[in-house]
Write a protein that binds this ligand. Sequence first.
Ligand code: 5GP
Length: 204
Amino acid sequence: MSKGNIYIVSGPSGSGKDTLLAELFKRIDNIFFSISSITRPMREGEKEGEKYNFISKEKFISMIGNNELLEHNNYVGNYYGTPKAPVLKASEEGKDVIIEVDVNGAAAIRSKLSDTVSIFIMPPSFEELRKRLSGRGTESDEVIAERMYKALEEIGRAKEYDYIVVNDDLDTAVNNAVSIILSNRLKLDKNLNVIDEVLNNVKS
Ligand code: 5GP
């Protein structure tokens, strides 16, 4: 069995990547979502262990010390990190893995793991992003301003990614992301066993 692909997915806050990924998980099987450990307070509607493990700063620092994180970053005053063991285990088991991280996290993972595929979820425009962020109603004006600034910085680094998926129409964006994953599953290096099996059947 070949290893699963490791996908790094980024996109500015408000790009709709959570909704897009939730839809993607409904349409693709044998895929694992990497749950990040973070120190940001839980937002309304969020659940422990769904997308994030909400942990204390002390616990986060001990995870760094124990080398348990594949990468970690400080984003708008809070720590976010990707636990290493579950990602490597799922990939070893042949599952594709989705790691959702910011652009710094993405760069750190690329430098550590050789075989990743990265996807940037792009909002259709900056104006649309502003609307989505203000419309959420969960953040203060100050936090929204910080996230807008961060978004500009992140979009400026979209060229570091292998694929760009524009999230204007959700269904189109999901189809495009699904196509990326399914086409990667058809690559030669993932199917060498298929060739061997067919050839072995001829010989026997
Ligand atoms: P939010 O607070 O809006 O949920 O996430 C803020 C940013 O942190 C997003 O860009 C998200 O992709 C990123 N993020 C989520 N988990 C991780 C992680 O484990 N590591 C890093 N570096 N960024 C993360």
